[in-house]
Write a protein that binds this ligand. Structure first.
Ligand code: GDP
Ligand code: MG
Length: 163
């Protein structure tokens, strides 16, 4: 089966914008995928001849009581299903408590997550990503601007290299 990429993060960070961009090719479609539950939004994409599946999720607000309820539902299940987790944060809003809760959950799950700092248009990406190192992710953050497509193709090519 093609690698499954889950987009997680709190609401409004740009997950659906990135989903639309990653599934933009002419033959992109949301369809049945064997082994995956239907109640999340799935799409297909392809980069450099490599096909992949993307899961969009509603988001994790982090204001519920406790990490279990905060992480409940679709986002949690998407993380379980995924080969690759893209953890999106909002470079304009900056680091939030909800981001820290999500990072903690991913650490506990031992999931191989990439930290993607979105909305880095209109400023120096290196400056914007700096504060997100505090999340303690294993890899350096990757700056993108999903709404404008900046660095999106290079980012997806990079994360798909092992597949
Ligand atoms: P989601 O709730 O995580 O799915 O976020 P959405 O994809 O719905 O985006 C939330 C808002 O952020 C929308 O108004 C988008 O247009 C905006 N947005 C998404 N990506 C970018 C970006 O790269 N730059 C800027 N400035 N805004 C963005
Ligand atoms: Mg959305």
């Amino acid at each position: 089966m093609n690698p499954v990429i889950a987009l997680v993060g709190r609401p409004n960070v740009g997950k659906s914008t990135l989903f639309n961009r990653l599934t933009r090719s002419r033959d992109a479609l949301v369809a049945d995928f064997a082994g995956l539950t239907r109640d999340r939004k799935y799409g297909e994409g392809k980069v450099g001849g490599k096909p992949y599946i993307v899961i969009d999720t509603g988001g994790i607000s982090g204001d519920e009581n406790g990490i279990d309820s905060a992480m409940a539902g679709q986002s949690l299940l998407a993380i379980e299903e995924a080969d690759i987790v893209l953890f999106l944060v909002d470079g304009r809003a900056g680091l939030t408590v909800a981001d820290q809760m999500i990072a903690q959950h991913l650490r506990e799950k031992g999931k191989d997550a990439w930290l993607i700092v979105n909305k880095t248009d209109g400023a120096d990406p290196d400056v914007i990503v700096a504060e997100f190192y505090a999340l303690g992710m294993e890899r350096s953050p990757i700056a993108i601007a999903a709404a404008h497509g900046r660095n999106v193709t290079a980012m997806i090519q990079h994360i798909l290299e092992p597949f």
